[in-house]
Structures are given as structure tokens and as C-alpha cells.
Design a protein around this ligand. Structure first.
Ligand code: NAD
Length: 339
């Protein structure tokens, strides 16, 4: 009998590829939508009939979910952020977690980040709005700033942060300073950037762009206290995760103009409610979590998801596996891999 795969809360899987039809050749496949804030027990009940999951950035797969669900053996994240899965609990319960390797989203997110930086520096959103409202003569209001003479602070020097830094240093000849406590100073220097402590970066950067994961230590990394340590007129870019920034403090600083501009692709609460105060500000540029949405990125991710599930059927552990220690210890996984 065919194994059952649920595609959970994904708006993009199979949208521009034949990945859904391809999966259907090997599995019984269903799209399942659940509330973003569903609790672990209810989520487990909703997904009780499935063997494998392809998951999006929501909902949260908690320890309760893994406690209650006795059947799912493999979860493939259609994306690279794994902060909505309690991987430790998955490992304890013998569930293999696979994520799309970083290379598939790297360019898309890095290019979106650069786009946001330039749009912020050159006031493109406001200039466009002014022009289409029939006002040409106001163009003197849209005097921008140049990227090549700026210092950009990159927080998180991994897959995406490194590529952003590379484009900025090699393409724009900008100065890049980096805070990443897990990357050696020598490695940062080798890439043409300069390592900094967190507070040093805050004090020096004209533009700060976030590229670290959302984990306990990075939640609200940008808060009232860290904003106080920033330069006046700083620009904040976030294409990583919304909860890296304490939104209330960001809004206060944008109103006071301590922060000149924020360009954000991700939000503390998603979708951002229509009445949210952030949406009322002029000095923001906001996109609805689309940094990874390019044809190239989605095609790559779709193909990877299909390949990784086919690999599992053939007893092969995908290279994007996050908790490989499960292999050999999980009886439900062993049953699948032996087939
Ligand atoms: P990665 O794991 O390759 O790199 C993250 C880097 O952050 C690592 O070098 C790590 O050492 C560093 N880091 C960890 N803790 C840190 C801390 N306390 N301070 C500073 N740096 C720290 O991840 P990636 O592939 O580069 O992705 C980066 C972020 O982008 C993730 O949050 C991911 O969820 C997000 N993302 C967003 C989108 C989108 O659509 N907007 C798409 C893909 C990824």
C-alpha cells in the first residue's frame, strides 16, 4: 500500500512545478491546512493518518505533537528555517527531520535583502507613490544615500549572511562588519569582512541586516536596549525571522526617527494583522515573507522535497537530514527504510 504524505500549510509547494504530480506517482498525497496556532495534540489528531509530512513555516510541531503522534516517521521542511519544529522531541520519538539544504534559498533571500537595502536608501517606494499620484516636481524629496559609502552590519554569517556580505563587498565595494559568535574571526576576514562584537556592530553600522536563526538566544536580539546602542539614522533590514526584533521597540524608534527606515520581510506575528501599527508608518518597506519566492528557489526546493521522500522509500537518508542520530534507533523509521 502507498504511504501517505500530507503537505501541511504550504502555499508554494507544487505551485510552479509538477512536484505534486511527481509525488503522487509514489505516494498518496493530500494538502492539509491547519490553524497556525493549533496545539500539538490537535495537530497530531489531524495528521494521525499520515506517514510522512512536507511542512511549511507553520504551525509549530511541539513536543506534545511528537508525544501524541505514533505514526509519522519523516518530516521534510519545504524551506530552510527549522524553528517551528522541536527537533529534540522529534529525535526522542524517532522522527527523522529533513530540511531543504541552504543552497536552494540562498540567492533568493540574499538578492531580496539587497533589493530592500537599495529601496530603503533610495526611497523608491515613496518616489513611486509620489509619481503615480501625479506629482513630478517633488522629486527633490527623494535624495538618497549610496551603498558603497556605507558600513553594513551583518548579524549571522552563515549560508545567506555570507552571500549578502559577498555581494556588498565585491559588488558595491561597501564596508561590511559581521557579528557571528560561532564563526571564527579569520574566516570572516578571509571573506573580505570585519568581525565585530555585537555592541560594536550596533555602534558602527549604518545599515543592520539580520541573518541568524531564531533560537532562544536570538529571540528579540533587536530590542529597546540594543536599539539605543545603534547609530542615529540607522536602517534595519530583516529577511530572517520576525521574532528576532521586538516590534514595539522598533515602532517606537521608527516614530522617533532614531531608526530612519526598516525594510522587513518577516514579522513577529504572521500574517501581520491589517490594523497593525507597523503598517501605518511611512518609513517602512514591508513584504509578505517572500524573500525565498523566486522561480529558481521554488523549483529547487520542490525537486529536493520529492527526491528526499523518494530516497527514503529506497532506504537512503537525505543529505538535508537534521537529526541523523535517529537512524538505527527508531523502530518506525527502520520499518520504512527496510522496505
Ligand atoms: P545558517 O544556519 O546557514 O546561518 C545562520 C548563521 O547565524 C550561522 O552562521 C550561525 O552561526 C549564526 N548565528 C547563530 N546564533 C547567532 C547569534 N546569537 N548571533 C549572530 N549569529 C548567530 O542559516 P541561513 O540559511 O543563512 O538562514 C538565515 C536565516 O534566514 C534563518 O533565520 C532562516 O530562517 C531565514 N530565512 C528566511 C527566509 C525568508 O523567506 N524570509 C528564507 C530562508 C531563510
Amino acid at each position: 500500500m502507498m504511504k501517505k504524505v500530507a503537505i501541511v500549510n504550504s502555499k508554494s509547494f507544487g505551485k510552479i512545478t509538477d512536484a505534486y504530480d511527481e509525488l503522487k506517482k509514489y505516494f498518496h498525497v493530500e494538502f492539509v491546512n491547519v490553524p497556525r496556532d493549533i496545539n500539538g495534540k490537535a495537530l497530531s489528531e489531524r495528521l494521525a493518518d499520515f506517514d510522512f509530512l512536507v511542512i511549511s513555516a507553520t504551525p509549530y510541531y511541539s513536543s506534545d505533537f511528537f508525544e501524541y503522534n505514533q505514526r509519522i516517521s519523516v518530516i521534510v521542511r519545504h524551506g530552510i528555517g527549522i524553528d517551528n519544529v522541536d527537533v529534540e522531541a522529534a529525535t526522542i520519538h524517532g522522527v527523522l527531520i529533513v530540511k531543504v539544504p541552504g543552497r536552494y534559498e540562498r540567492e533568493a533571500v540574499a538578492e531580496h535583502t539587497i533589493g530592500l537595502i537599495i529601496a530603503a536608501l533610495r526611497k523608491i517606494k515613496d518616489a513611486h507613490a509620489s509619481l503615480i499620484s501625479g506629482i513630478w516636481e517633488d522629486r527633490i524629496r527623494y535624495i538618497g544615500r549610496e551603498l558603497s559609502s556605507k558600513t553594513i552590519g551583518v548579524i549571522g554569517f552563515g549560508n545567506i549572511g555570507r552571500r549578502v556580505a559577498e555581494i556588498l563587498t565585491k559588488g558595491f565595494k561597501a564596508r561590511v562588519i559581521v557579528y557571528d559568535p560561532y564563526v571564527a574571526a579569520e574566516e570572516i576576514k578571509k571573506e573580505g569582512a570585519e568581525p565585530r562584537e555585537f555592541d560594536e556592530l550596533l555602534a558602527e553600522a549604518d545599515i543592520i541586516t539580520l541573518h541568524c536563526p531564531l533560537i532562544t538566544e536570538t529571540k528579540f536580539l533587536i530590542n529597546k536596549d540594543s536599539i539605543q546602542k545603534m547609530k542615529e539614522n540607522v536602517i534595519i533590514i530583516n529577511t530572517a525571522r520576525g521574532q528576532l526584533i521586538e516590534t514595539k521597540s522598533l515602532i517606537d524608534a521608527l516614530i522617533e526617527k532614531k531608526i530612519a527606515y526598516a525594510a522587513l520581510d518577516v514579522f513577529e506575528e504572521e500574517p501581520i494583522p491589517p490594523e497593525h501599527p507597523l503598517l501605518k508608518l511611512d518609513n517602512v518597506l514591508l513584504t509578505p515573507h517572500i524573500a525565498a519566492y523566486t522561480e529558481e528557489s521554488l523549483i529547487g526546493m520542490d525537486k529536493y522535497v520529492v527526491k528526499s521522500l523518494k530516497d527514503i522509500l529506497n532506504g537512503i537518508i537525505p543529505d538535508g537530514t537534521v537529526n541523523v542520530e535517529v537512524v538505527g534507533k527508531s523502530s518506525r523509521l527502520a520499518k520504512i527504510l527496510q522496505k
